[in-house]
Ligand binder design. Structure first.
Ligand SMILES: [Zn+2]
Length: 351
């Protein structure tokens, strides 16, 4: 390659500007030092006449250059390759007409089953099997909403026998498939709105247990949110029996030490459910960090996914996502308002 025109090469300008968006597109090597770098490397700029570009880190290494210790172009590329492999496996799962086995996925990625399984879990936070199960459930939900028959939806989603689907349907859909298809029609959801020291509190239950607890300033807004989440369910204002449940939840908010012993109707992906289970094991008066929870569920690198699952919790207080704080102990966001999170933690710190 001629270097005479290096200063006209757009890649050189991106290196000179340490353009992060160029990372991964190409690498530059410096002949005088024998080192190659990512375009954004913070090291001192080389003289342009000493620079050679390569499309990949491997090509730079094959030409005899060593990776820079500062921008670690080889390591980043490995992580990027892994993420790309796993993303491809996810697309395969999403587009497969039939359930795929682990062996086929691993072979497609060019990895051993053991390594593929571990890598998948590191990158996504869940196992391939859990991802497949969650995706199949999502396909069934989409098909049912589009008006396909229950049997069609089940076959299209890769379940090979109705019976296997029906065994799991309650857990996957939170109701029977025909009810879900009707947008939750025929399911009754009882709810009531009470007052607690944190504001208005809405408690709703399906026939399986408490399916929503939310807290806010505006009781009407809480009821509208509930209707949005269960558009075709019949929402029924609570009767006297139900008010007892609300009283129990309010009592628990005011005095967390008494505990909450009500059945919960927990709806979420396999990964969310693992996170929420771990949250329920944090005792009142204690807190944990997102990193602690990620470690506890055996997915130490899935810290961001854990934070996402905490944010997706729809059962305020009963699944105590308010007990999760940043690594340095400061209070992070809360679906129902940071001030309420602080107030709950203060209440709980009183023995
Ligand atoms: Zn570098």
């Amino acid at each position: 390659m001629s270097n005479r025109n290096m200063e006209n090469d757009p890649r050189w300008h991106r290196v000179a500007q340490r353009d992060k968006s160029a990372d991964g597109e190409f690498y530059y090597a410096v002949r005088t030092t024998g080192i190659y770098c990512r375009p954004s490397c913070a090291a001192r700029l080389p003289r342009p006449e000493n620079v050679v570009f390569y499309a990949t880190a491997e090509a730079a290494e094959r030409a005899g250059f060593r990776p820079c210790k500062r921008c670690k172009p080889d390591q980043a590329s490995l992580a990027e390759q892994h993420a790309a492999l796993i993303a491809e496996a996810c697309r395969l799962i999403e587009n497969a007409e039939e359930a795929l086995d682990l062996d086929a996925l691993a072979r497609h990625a060019g990895l051993s089953i053991y390594y593929f399984h571990r890598l998948f879990k590191t990158v996504t936070g869940i196992t391939p099997k859990a991802y497949m199960a969650a995706h199949r459930a999502r396909r069934v939900r989409q098909q049912l909403v589009q008006g396909n028959s229950v049997t069609e939806a089940i076959f299209d989603a890769g379940y090979n026998a109705n019976s296997r689907f029906y065994e799991k349907s309650d857990q996957l859909l939170g109701m029977t498939p025909s009810n879900y298809r009707a947008g939750g029609a025929n399911t009754e959801i009882r709810f009531a709105i009470g007052e607690c020291s944190l504001g208005a509190i809405l408690v709703a239950r399906s026939d399986r247990g408490i399916c929503a607890i939310s807290i806010g300033d505006d009781a009407d807004a809480l009821a509208r949110d509930l209707q949005d989440r269960f558009p075709n369910s019949e929402l029924i204002g609570g009767d006297a029996d139900f008010e007892q449940w609300v009283a129990q939840v309010v009592g628990f908010v005011e005095t967390p030490a008494i505990g909450l012993d009500l059945p919960l109707d927990i709806r979420g992906t396999a990964f969310q459910q693992r996170v929420w289970q771990a949250l329920r094991e944090i005792p009142a008066g204690q807190t944990a960090s997102y990193t602690d929870i990620a470690e506890k569920i055996g997915a130490p690198k899935a810290v961001r996914a854990v934070a996402g699952a905490c944010a997706a919790n729809t059962l305020a207080v009963a699944i105590p996502c308010h007990r999760v704080v940043r690594n340095d102990g400061t209070i992070s966001g809360y679906r129902w308002g940071v001030e309420r999170k602080r107030a709950l933690l203060e209440k709980e710190s009183i023995p």
